[in-house]
Every structure is written in structure tokens, then in C-alpha cells.
Design a protein. Structure first.
Length: 254
């Protein structure tokens, strides 16, 4: 039994690059850094940057990154050598219209109490022909359904993961809101094919992180389903949505 356990752990170690990294971040991060192109002349706004992990990773690839977050402590705790960090609200961006080539909101879209306002602000601050890149959860996934049910029947639980300040917008709702402001959905990436498993219940892991990563890789290999899909795939837990603001800037290719 010990030998079998060691062999299984070794197999899992081979497929999980960083044991400390949540499986939920691996594929969305791969999309961000391997599937999406970045230009040396673009200006990027990272909305909900927290301590600047993604802002710093993107900074060498672009002309400028501006990080925005409401958490002053997180902003002060981070090192922003290559990033301008500001304390502000994504629902009321402190920038003029058409200020950035790319608006990025990675893994934080569910935190806005007024998502319809955030969607409008993202497009407003994006330049014509610029991009809005958004990562959202699949609320139809078993994981989300189970935890939403527990939130309703046990709202006073101290380890609840869904707070009243968060929204429960689906990918469809985000698409409708952003495209209603003169933007077009350009690409969809379906990440983390973990259906029908429920990896966490109210913030506590019930299926080990490494097992979930291995499951996702196995399902993707068997089905042959690529990250880039025509539409959000039902089995995915997360989606990366890339929107293109309509119009064009003089002198810039469309």
C-alpha cells in the first residue's frame, strides 16, 4: 500500500508544476501568458491587482501597466518597481475615456457588487480597437451550485466563500453587459474541465488540489477539447473572455 501511494504521488507530481498553486489558476494563467499576445507598445490596466502578481508578470511584455485595487494594505505590501499602483474602485475607474489598450480583470470579476457598472467602466476606459480581458466562473458547474445552495441554507457560516458584496453573474451576463457598450466578444477560453466534481465545499478542499489538476488534464486529453472554444463549454469551471472594443485608432492596425 505504501509503494502504491508513493507511485500515485509521483504521478501527480509530474502533472502539477507547482504543488502550492491552486489547479484553478493554472489554465487561466496559461491562457493569459501563452495564448494571449501582448504588445510592447500597449498600456494595460490590471483591475483588482491585489499585490500585483499579474501586473508584474505582464510588465516586461508591454509599455506600461497600471494596477488598481481597493486594498491599500495589499498595495503597500507589494513591490511595484515596474508597475504604477493606485488605490481605486473598478466600478468607478479614475481614468479618462479611452486611456488603455487593454483592461484586464483576471480572477476578480466576481468581487464587484455592481457588475453592470464595472462592465461599463471597463469599456469606457478601453481605447477603440482595444481589449477587455475578463476571467469569470461557470455558475452552472456542480461546484458553484453546491456552494450557492449551502450559502442560502447556511448563510451565517463563518467559512462561507460567497459574501454579500460579491456578484453571481454568469459568463453570459458579462458578455451581454460588455457587448452592450460597443464591444464584441472575440475569443473564449474554457478552463478547468472539472465537471462533475466538487473540489471544495464552502472554502474547504474535499478533493485534493493535485487530484483535481490530474482530473482536468485527463478529461482534456480524452476529449481532445482545446482551451480555445467557440463558446463557453459546460464542463469548464472558469472562462477567459476576450472582448474587442469597436472602432479604431488612427495609425493603428485593426
Amino acid at each position: 500500500m505504501t509503494t502504491l501511494r508513493r507511485w500515485m504521488n509521483w504521478q501527480i507530481e509530474k502533472v502539477l508544476p507547482d504543488p502550492g498553486q491552486s489547479f484553478q489558476r493554472i489554465e487561466p494563467d496559461r491562457v493569459l501568458f501563452e495564448q494571449i499576445d501582448w504588445s510592447a507598445d500597449e498600456r494595460v490596466l490590471d483591475v483588482g491587482c491585489y499585490q500585483g502578481h499579474y501586473a508584474r508578470a505582464i510588465a516586461p511584455r508591454v509599455r506600461q501597466v497600471v494596477g488598481l485595487d481597493l486594498d491599500r494594505i495589499a498595495l503597500h505590501a507589494a513591490s511595484f518597481d515596474d508597475v504604477n499602483a493606485l488605490c481605486g474602485d473598478g466600478q468607478s475607474l479614475p481614468f479618462a475615456d479611452n486611456s488603455f489598450d487593454t483592461i484586464l480583470c483576471h480572477m476578480t470579476a466576481n468581487l464587484f457588487p455592481r457588475p453592470q457598472v464595472a462592465a461599463r467602466e471597463f469599456v469606457r476606459c478601453c481605447k477603440p480597437d482595444g481589449r477587455v480581458i475578463l476571467t469569470v466562473c461557470n455558475l452552472s458547474a456542480p461546484y458553484q451550485r453546491v456552494n450557492a445552495t449551502l450559502e442560502r441554507v447556511w448563510p451565517e457560516c463563518e467559512w462561507a466563500t460567497v459574501r454579500t458584496s460579491q456578484n453571481r453573474w454568469s459568463a453570459r451576463q458579462w458578455c451581454e453587459a460588455i457587448t452592450s457598450h460597443d464591444a464584441k466578444l472575440e475569443r473564449t477560453y474554457s478552463c478547468n474541465l472539472c465537471w462533475p466534481l466538487v473540489p471544495r465545499i464552502r472554502g474547504r478542499w474535499v478533493i485534493p488540489n493535485r487530484v483535481m489538476h490530474s482530473w482536468n488534464q485527463t478529461v482534456r486529453r480524452i476529449t481532445g477539447k482545446p482551451l480555445k472554444t467557440d463558446r463557453p463549454h459546460f464542463a469548464a469551471h472558469d472562462y477567459v473572455l476576450v472582448f474587442r472594443k469597436q472602432g479604431r485608432v488612427e495609425g493603428r492596425a485593426s
